[in-house]
Design a protein around this ligand. Sequence first.
Ligand code: ADP
Ligand code: MG
Length: 631
Amino acid sequence: MALLQISEPGQSAAPHQHKLAVGIDLGTTNSLVATVRSGMSTVLQDEYGHALLPSVVRYLPNGEIAVGHEAQAQQSSDPVNTIVSVKRFMGRSLNDIADRAHIPYRFVEGTDAQSARLLLIQTRAGLKSPVEISAEILKTLKARAEKSLGGELVGAVITVPAYFDDAQRQATKDAARLAGLNVLRLLNEPTAAAVAYGLDNAAEGTYVIYDLGGGTFDVSILKLTKGVFEVLATNGDSALGGDDFDHRIYCWVLDKIRENSSNFTPLGEQDTRLLLTKARQAKEWLTDNFEAQIVCRLSNGTLVDVTLTAPQFVELTQHLVAKTLSPTRKAMRDANLTPGEIKGVVLVGGATRMPHIRHAVQEYFKQEPLTNLDPDKVVALGAAIQANALAGNRSDDDLLLLDVTPLSLGLETMGGLVEKIIPRNSTLPIARAQEFTTFKDGQTAMSIHVLQGERELVSDCRSLARFELRGIPPMAAGAARIRVTFTVDADGLLSVSARETTSNVQANIVVKPSYGLSEEQILAMLQSSFSAAESDKQARALAEAKVEAESLLTAINAALERDGDLLNSIERQEIVSQINALQGLLQAGNSHAIHQATEALNTVTESFAARRMDASVSRALAGKNLDSLEL
Ligand code: ADP
Ligand code: MG
């Protein structure tokens, strides 16, 4: 019979190996990982069949880290160490988090000069940056993918909101790096959704992507021309999502409790969480049912038992639905379009399952939105298709996606004003140059301050970076010609260069946001995760060496007791001194020394063991002849 051939684990035996690449939707509320298998984009599930991984990370008292459902379940009992919605803090400084009153975390500002404005969260596992916390989510998805695909990933496409600025994109890339993922491309979420629907293969036209997630609303307008996607406009509301609908139900339930009890006391954190969870379940139930019953017992013993009907829910939340339409109108205005010019509307985000949302979108655009893909999976599905193409698994590799800069990019000029170099909604990748000149006679250096934002004053825009162009030959004010070039790559990351054109003096900078993580910090984090792995390995080796030594010591002590008379005094002395040496080493923590002493004890007891074997065989054989032995 021919031998079966077995290929190395993770290696395909086929000559044209399919490269394992995934798409990751790193969401505020939920995250997902998807891949293209047999030509179909599919979301990968965990061992319990869950596709959605709640974007929740908890630092446990025993030093472990829980991610997903397990972490989410402990949110109310351990709020300070259970981080939800970390995406909101990516690439942000403490000043950016305007309303902190309702956030339970202990925020700390980075202290060293490099990260003076970096936001950190104090947990029981120490200070954690949003990048590190997001990396835990990515690690979990990476492990899920490698387990179900049976090999190492060559890379991932990770999606980000279209409005994410440079710092937020960089932070996302850093998180991927910490998680050991090779980022093939950062892709805008609406673009990914359009790809999932195959709109890149469709006829030319303009599409709207309406994305209502757990806590954010984003609307994007994409234009498809000659196989190229262009984002015409984006808008949204970073504080509007499914959570607000839960909150409305929660307030309604509180009113009901108040009506029914004379002495109502405000709810504690735990009861609030419980009711919010019940409210979310009721909301999701009402998507397919006429009424939802909300039953639970509060910590003071009060029984809550109320029923909410679908029409009541619509009435409670209609204003929230209306609130999504104003950014939608703004985006349409930015893109200079009327609803009649829109070829299709794609619904994204779990909250777009609600019938009154679908209805409102349909009313506004006068057409039925596309809903045949799961709205909470569509972004990951599209990212997987893009990852598959970028990994080189597609022969017709003509997928070219263009995104836009969400905010204008510019520089500081005299008087604290901003001169825009790349206007918002410019198609990526893009390079734009502009000439500047010196202000004073004999000026030999120029300070370049890069800013992002729509406002005119430097103080109202976000500072991205500063650098200096030195060595300008002294000239009269206004004579130097300094050409500043802004380049934004396909991931939306910016680099800036400046050159004095008469002397050719040049300065460059890849913009690394002042409040993001520095290269050294990323390296230190990677290092500490490696050294943690190293110390884990050492601890394991020590534990194993100890177990091995202890079991040998027990066996030899028992043997000495039983068959000690088989040894002469010198032999016995030798064994006892080796036993003492090994016992002494067990107190210290050197696994290598313990292992060597164990080996030595094994060696000195070899002839003793052989003699014991002989003795026991002759004892067994005593008085028996060979024929009676069952061999
Ligand atoms: P994000 O993009 O913020 O990570 P998702 O797209 O996963 O979020 O959307 C999460 C939101 O979708 C939550 O508010 C959740 O309650 C809501 N949601 C999920 N399923 C349903 C449903 N069947 N009906 C109504 N809302 C839903
Ligand atoms: Mg989302």
